[in-house]
Design a protein around this ligand. Structure first.
Ligand code: FES
Ligand code: FES
Length: 172
């Protein structure tokens, strides 16, 4: 970034942090203004997570931090020292896709695919929150994730299928 208020000659101001990213421990020196999104994409080369608005309004940058979904564009990396971060690259288990990834394929739930990593990470967080009891709940709880292609019907169908599969045997 070119706009710093650092005094000349004081050297770069970075902070050491440790993150566990997709199961791998990373020791990093980050400038205090570095967002988690930029750290993931530009330092760690995990470009599956997308930058849409960069202002917390589209959900393209959604990742899981300690299992909870967050907008990584609004999160400073230094604030997450010691955290576990999961991105779209960390969801599959070897060759086996995550059930939500599989459901997105089965429901043809993407067009350009730009929103898809954020949609899937957000849906993983949604399912672990356990609040969605219906398709309407899924729609409401996914409302922070914008799809400019308008693939919502298939996205919601995919997430709802994964929700019902996850709840099989626990729902009346
Ligand atoms: S890029 Fe983070 S919410 Fe849009
Ligand atoms: S599939 Fe294109 S933005 Fe959602």
């Amino acid at each position: 970034m070119s706009t710093t208020s650092r005094k000349p000659g004081t050297g770069p101001s970075t902070h050491p942090i440790t993150l566990e990213v997709n199961g791998a421990r990373k020791q990093l020196d980050v400038a205090p203004w570095t967002t988690l999104l930029d750290l993931l994409r530009e330092t760690l080369d995990l470009t599956g997570t997308k930058k849409g608005c960069d202002h917390g309004q589209c959900g393209a940058c959604t990742v899981l931090v300690n299992g909870k979904r967050i907008n990584s564009c609004l999160t400073l990396a230094v604030m997450k020292d010691g955290a576990q971060v999961t991105t779209i690259e960390g969801l599959a288990s070897g060759e086996a896709l995550h059930p939500l990834q599989q459901a997105f394929i089965e429901h043809d739930a993407f067009q350009c695919g730009y929103c898809t990593p954020g949609q899937i990470c957000s849906a993983v967080g949604l399912l672990s929150e356990g609040k969605a009891k219906s398709l309407d709940d899924v729609r409401e709880l996914m409302s922070g994730n914008i799809c400019r292609c308008g693939a919502y019907p298939n996205i919601l169908a995919a997430i709802d299928q994964a929700r019902r599969q996850a709840n099989e045997g626990t729902e009346p």
